[in-house]
Design a protein around this ligand. Structure first.
Ligand code: HEM
Length: 158
């Protein structure tokens, strides 16, 4: 059996297809996680772009980042559970592949920002326009996460 077929025929894959309520409940968990992830990230991105410069970037990051990370505890297991239900279809879908690449790109953008511009945030913490690298990272992040959401929703139509 092809590897994706094996995933589909596990007890998890079977339950996800056969139970009337499991898939929708898991999908709701995915959506709550997405709200927390993209919500916390978007609010920070807007600050990076240059809005609300009276708010400390470092304090805002200290409040938001733990919630961003916690959201993955909801998103990853639920995403994998839905994947397990129809693994062969998802793995063959260009939209699914694009979604995974976009998530990787968004993660890389965030990691580069934290290793780079964010290290010097003490210099533009309050009442200063963030440097171009931070503004670009914020704008790119918004664009990438909106694209991830679009690909996620489009999966239902492919
Ligand atoms: C990390 C950020 C992620 C975001 C922002 C995101 C976004 C979305 C969105 C908006 C939907 C549509 C939900 C709906 O139509 O009710 C969705 C569905 C889905 N996502 Fe994600 N997702 C993420 C991560 C993942 C991961 C890591 C996986 C799998 C390993 C995954 C697998 C799926 C699957 C299988 C569906 C179901 C499609 C369907 O049944 O139509 N997602 N996602």
């Amino acid at each position: 059996m092809a590897p994706m077929g094996v995933i589909e025929s596990t007890a998890l894959g079977l339950a996800m297809r056969q139970s009337m309520w499991l898939y929708p409940v898991v999908e709701i968990v995915h959506l709550v996680g997405i709200a927390l992830l993209v919500g916390s990230i978007a609010v920070f991105d807007l600050r990076l772009i240059g809005f609300s410069r009276g708010l400390s970037v470092r304090r805002l990051a200290a409040h938001l980042l733990p919630w961003t990370l916690a959201s993955f505890l909801l998103i990853l297991p639920s995403g994998f559970m839905m994947f397990a239900a129809h693994a062969s279809d998802f793995i063959a879908s260009n939209v699914f592949a694009l979604k995974m690449c976009l998530i990787l790109a968004a993660g890389t953008n965030a990691a580069l920002f934290h290793a780079g511009a964010m290290r010097g945030a003490v210099n533009w913490d309050v009442d200063a326009m963030p440097p171009p690298a931070a503004r670009a990272a914020g704008a790119l992040s918004l664009l990438l996460w909106v694209s991830v959401i679009a690909c996620g929703r489009l999966l239902a139509y492919t």
